[in-house]
Design a protein around this ligand. Sequence first.
Ligand code: 4UV
Length: 534
Amino acid sequence: LLSTSAVRSAVLQSPHPEIHVPDASFAEHMMRDWEKYSNNVALVDGATGETVSYSMLKDRVIRCASALTRMGFKKGDVLALYAHNVPDYATVFIAVGVLGGTVTALNPLYTIDELSTQLKRSSSSILVVAPSSVKNAIAAKSQCPNVKEVIVFGNVDGIRPFTNLLEDDGHAFPENVDINVDEDVLALPYSSGTTGLPKGVMLTHKNIVANVEQLRHHGVMGYVPLSDCLVGVLPFFHIYGQVVTLFTGLAAGVKIVTMPKFTLDDYLHIVHRHRATSLHVVPPIALRMAKYPDIHKFDLSSVRQVFSAAAPLSDTLSEEFSTVTGLSDIKQCYGLTETSPVTHCCPPRSWKSGSIGVPVPNTKHKIVDIESNTPQGPMQEGELCVQGPQVMKGYANNPEATAECIKDGWFHTGDIGYLDADGHVFISDRLKELIKFKGFQVPPAELEAVILTNPAVLDVAVIGVDDEEAGELPKAFVVVKPHAQLLEIELQDYVKTKVAPYKRLRGGVEFVQEIPKTPTGKILRRMLKNRDQK
Ligand code: 4UV
């Protein structure tokens, strides 16, 4: 794909031709081609069967934006989405985009503490929730004076239903909101980045529009308008489901079947029944499919391509998956919340097992030595750095953390990898402290802060331990206070009450005399990891 001399030069361009990224706002860009798709199905609620056509979706966006305007929501305001995947996730996101507002999405499994932390940090004024989350939402609202109103997808007594917004006559729809596509923040997901607690990632209209266009390019996701069908199984609160499935799918005019919750059987039924053409999975879903004895009961012949991202997909799993499912085109992609997310994807035809492929259009990359920051040659390991229009504006209210990861115009991913002789990237390790459980971020610093609130704990360090099914499991090394008593199960139960289920200490607890640290007090996680592997 790339000439050897191109690989020898340290900074590499994407092998794809340069594409044009329009200066359109997110909403304008999403709806640009919808006239062509009008009566075709945009979204199907996989749980209820309700369908929404492109023209209905546009109508809903107008009504929703108008209703939000009447509620006083305006440019610069933040709306929090705390819900499972439903078709109106798209309605809300695009309507907020029209108004020049920002959406901060949250995992619906977040506890009240986790929810109120993000509501406060993001200064959200409206909270849109699923019926099952109303109790948590009310409790969090009472702790967050910035939250003015709670709206529910569905019906719950005393809470304004989202359908009420869709009954608006649309007359307050603002025609001319002035949006600066390079500056105005459309999405504010939270990511821990290289270190520390979750930080608000400022993704501008341009960032998201760029990534949608980079993915739509025929050499990347290659969705076919009007005939393709995607399954919205990965959560829309995470950047993967949000941009790669929902936004890129809707901009491209395909049909998306939303699933509020993953169960393997439901997923395969939907793929079969709706004749899905491209699947977006994370390695744990690929593993479940590869190990499912009843897989042959489902007709997967409509599936043209499978993409896996968010965590490493091993050669072995990729091969087993293809053998068992008969789906030979399983390609890896790679990216981060901070890069909207996609920076790399395996190119059609010339992809290699275990590789994350090559940079998507308009994206440059280099591998640098982690000590000297000098560019590395082929087969030499170092930190992967990227440059492109999808790289975030920065972390909200945190110029220090931004400056630590964006240096001289290069975004440092915190992942270790190398390039092979053809310029394909392989990720081999993680430099940053992040743990990934089934592709979801578990920031060790967040768990450490929670564990330190236990009165028996003197000191703690959390690392990820390898696990075949989940990728990694969070494990705590704990120093107990003198004369205090603490059992592993007690601490695990304590953590369970404070965090979402995917952050639980499934890797166990090990009691130690002291936590190894550098002279400046930084935890030596690598030392703990190496000790754990022995
Ligand atoms: O911030 P985040 O949770 O973001 C993501 C993004 C998922 C993507 C990326 C490209 C796509 O095409 C897509 O469909 C979905 O997960 O976590 C970012 C970190 O996840 C690890 C890596 O450590 C990142 O810094 N990661 C993401 N993709 C891979 C990966 C991969 N293919 N192989 C290894 N690690």
